[in-house]
Design a binder for this molecule. Sequence first.
Ligand SMILES: Cc1ncc(COP(=O)(O)O)c(C=O)c1O
Length: 313
Amino acid sequence: MTSPDLAALRPRLPSPVQEIADGRFGRHGIRLLLKRDDLIHPDLIGNKWRKLAPNLTAAAGRTVVTFGGAYSNHLRATAAAGRLLGLPTVGVVRGQELSDRPLNPSLARCAADGMRLHFVDRSTYRRKSEPETLAGVLRAVDAEDAYVVPEGGSNSLAVRGCRALGEELRARADVDVDADADADVHVDVVALACGTGGTLAGLAAGLGPDQRALGIPVLRGGFLAADTEGLQERAFGGRRGDWSLDDRFHFGGYARVPTELDAFAGDFERRHGVPVERLYVAKLLYGLVALADEGAFPRGSTVAAVITGRPFP
Ligand SMILES: Cc1ncc(COP(=O)(O)O)c(C=O)c1O
């Protein structure tokens, strides 16, 4: 078995950094940069590239089996990777009841990309990391020698892959600032939206000692499956970098996009011409505006918001 040629997919790395002129930050003396990870690759967008690329290499041509809910960005990215690299993929989807309904647009895209979908009941899904349950699922999809990527893609390889995100924002010389900003930027805070916390764990490890990562969990009650400290422990053997969390901006939970948030995101898109993914990125940007108003960032500081995704068409 051979490793797929990821370089052939021509990822745009380091991803560009764009300065945004927005009075909601400017009036507090804060400079806002967007780290455009959404531009890394048209199908493996944002943190999906950073997390999946090392796993696809490790899969070395084996079938990739992974897990997600019916609207999982991670499932879609894995399916797209399978199509682009010629790898068989299986998506284990939460919710047996979905199996006899028409596929939603997100799952339909997975299927169109060649992913085999296997629906499991919620109790099996919850126990999917227990060895016997996992073995049963792999038997059921006839892929017992598959390479398994956990829900959200946040295993140790993924966390190590996300360290490059921090490293790209670490030294001034590493910052690839586009025509809107000057190249001599020191980033004080790098903020991103968190699901499992895997991207935050890697990001924080890649930042410099005078930089801080700020995570905005989009789920009520914090993380989906893991915790940043535990993920770092497994990936790096200990805690790396400085981070904090502010979990006030989940809007009631994952996949909740109330009108106020949708309007905020639409307005941001019109003002700045940047597409705003609603489940994660909108909550991050909304939270940053609120934090700027609260005086959370000192005057003169530079905040980089990581644009980890793009709206699904
Ligand atoms: C667009 C987007 N942003 C952020 C995240 C959160 O990433 P993590 O699960 O590593 O916290 C996800 C989920 O994977 C996502 O799809």
